[in-house]
Write a protein of this length. Structure first.
Lengths: 138, 118
């Protein structure tokens, strides 16, 4: 059964302040869905990492926040979309410690660990979309 | 320009981070702390993160970098008040805060720094 979606909330990611705003919005949405504090912390941290990647490596972009329902469970899905350079080697990018920009190299791999679902879609020269989701079980 | 205030207590510098910092503010704090260690001849830096709900890899790196620079300048860094959810998330993120001692609260953190002084 395909999950049903509610209208997405779209937030720009072009400045450091946009990242802060995103964290705040994700917090509100997770609280509204009844996620525990630890679940919130993990998901917001993952969102922060990915939002920063969109900003720093993707040349800016946007985040889409979707609420999901699927077979008795509810979830929050976050998509981070840019039209930047894309990622040449996904496996490499997902290695802990690998960074092309002087960071810690934990953002992408970390987000994958912190979220329940993680999907990355990238085309070198065209852009990148990273989608993460966290599910609340009933 | 907005800045996070840095307090001095003897040879110790105390910082309480109470806002959700954007990246630029975090970098400014890192620079300010390093400058103050030199100008105040501080031997210890206490960073209170009890108000932080989120510590991501950027903030983590800022803290590690600050501790590394403090060490070069012969000062110790203690991180206090880490929220449990933050600690759990940092482990899962794979972030180890190298060169940073931790303490439960400001009082214990100050004791730790003062014990280290010759």
């Amino acid at each position: 059964m395909t999950p049903s979606h509610q209208a997405a909330n779209v937030l720009p990611l072009h400045t450091d302040e946009d990242v802060v705003r995103l964290r705040k919005q994700v917090r509100e949405d997770l609280v509204a869905l009844g996620f525990s504090l630890i679940e919130q912390t993990k998901m917001i941290t993952a969102a922060s990492e990915l939002a920063r990647n969109t900003l720093r490596y993707g040349g800016g972009g946007e985040a889409h926040i979707d609420q999901l329902t699927d077979d008795g469970r509810r979830g929050l899905s976050l998509s981070f979309i840019d039209q930047g350079p894309g990622i040449e080697d996904i496996a490499l990018a997902l290695t802990d410690g690998y960074t092309s920009g002087g960071g810690l190299g934990l953002g992408l791999s970390g987000a994958k660990r912190l979220a329940d679902d993680f999907v990355i879609d990238t085309v070198p020269g065209r852009g990148t979309t990273v989608k993460i989701a966290k599910w609340k079980l009933f | 320009m907005e800045r996070i205030p840095i307090l001095r207590m003897g040879r110790l510098l105390l910082v309480t981070i109470q806002v959700d910092m954007h990246d630029r503010l975090a970098m400014t704090l890192q620079d300010d702390l390093t400058n103050r260690i030199v100008s105040d001849r501080a031997t210890g830096v206490l960073i209170d993160i009890s108000a932080l709900d989120i510590v991501d890899s950027f903030i983590g790196r800022m803290i590690s970098n600050t501790a590394a620079m403090a060490k070069i300048l012969d000062a110790r860094t203690v991180l206090v008040g880490m929220q449990p959810a933050v600690a759990i998330t940092l482990v899962e993120l794979g972030l180890t805060l190298e060169g940073v001692s931790t303490a439960l609260n400001v009082e214990l953190g100050i004791k730790l720094l003062q014990q280290g002084n010759r």
